[in-house]
Design a binder for this molecule. Sequence first.
Ligand code: PHE
Length: 454
Amino acid sequence: MSAKRESIHGQWSNRWIFILAATGSAVGLGNIWKFPYITGENGGGAFVLVYLLCIAAIGIPIMMAEVLLGRRGRQSPINTMKTLAREEGRSGAWSLLGWSGVVAGFLILSYYSVIAGWALAYVLNAGSGAFTDAPAAEIQGIFTALVASPGQLIFWHSLFMLMTMLVVARGVKKGLEVAIRFLMPALLVLLLIMVGYAINSGEFVRGLSFLFTPDFSKISAEGVLIAMGHAFFTLSLGMGAIMIYGSYMPKNASIAKTSIIVALADTGVALLAGMAIFPIVFANSLEPGSGPGLIFQTLPIAFGSMPGGHFFGAVFFILLVLAAWSSAISLIEPAVAWLVENKAWTRVKASVYCGFATWLMGLGTVLSFNEWSAYTLWGKNFFDLLDFLTSNIMLPLGGLFIALFAAWVMKSSSTANELTLAESGMAYTSWRFLVRFVTPVAVIIVFLNAIGVV
Ligand code: PHE
């Protein structure tokens, strides 16, 4: 039955393309923009350690669960959840899990696109030599001026949304496969060059010790919640992006192996970004906890003073845009696929509607950096609230229910079969133990801890 089911949206050519696509979804602004600044805000080493533990104990098992649900259901997450729940004799209301993912993806993309817009603007800045020999204060000024201007932010946000919807409209396979083949390796090479620069910046050891020496007095309960939320965000988990990519995965590929490869690649990129950025922060007496502008205020200093920085700077921001692009596509794909399946819309029509709605929502984030910056709730502006709600609440909750479904609702014979693992073998029993007990309990404890109950 499920073995014969096929996706109406197409299938990846082979398992490498799935790995590239899932890595393209996972590696994005989360690794290069968000990981360094939230690490800086939450005191460094201890935060990084909690984040790494969450990737291993929660992220990888949930990624396997999401891919397996997707590949078994072969539809948009909403319909996949409905079909699989019925197959197991349960209520179709499990499709709500797909719906919450669609909403989370829409909300995340609305601000993701604005930040990706900053990266677009920086391609131009770097390319025009704005950073060459500029002192740190001047580079900070360039960033402050950009976010103070709603007009500029809207322009770049619109451009990025257009790029995203263009690929989504063409279909993930045609649109995406082509782009990602060269993107990931190129990004890796550039990051290595940046780390090479950081090694010579004079403060490499201090940067490393900030990242890797845990000081637990510096991390709060909220910090732990943010670290866990980020594990979901950075691996694209909890909202159906990996589920829908799984639905395009060929039947014979190993889910465990591919998930581990994707998680390792994603973590590697984040750690490299941290190693490139913090030495520069310390060498220039910048503030590690300065917030979302961190990479836009540090890396240009490096580009401004390194030989060939003009060129490397432009290439780096182009790659950052591309990495954000391949993530953005996966944020909206579950919604578009559902419209195509249930409303019989063409991909083009679905992309236009979804893109416009997301663009409109993004204006809130644009304004939260300038006109609305004074409007805050619990000390958070509109953008901060949106980010907190999606990464730290919606994604972990989504992940929790995915784990519960895969481990408690589905029969072990169904999951073992889809994972192509022997039901009594070590690999399967460890996975099942993690998703049955460890993951749900960990997510619940971190939630309760953050609201002060435990
Ligand atoms: N993982 C992406 C990043 O790190 C963001 C993302 C989150 C993409 C959720 C899809 C789903 O940038």
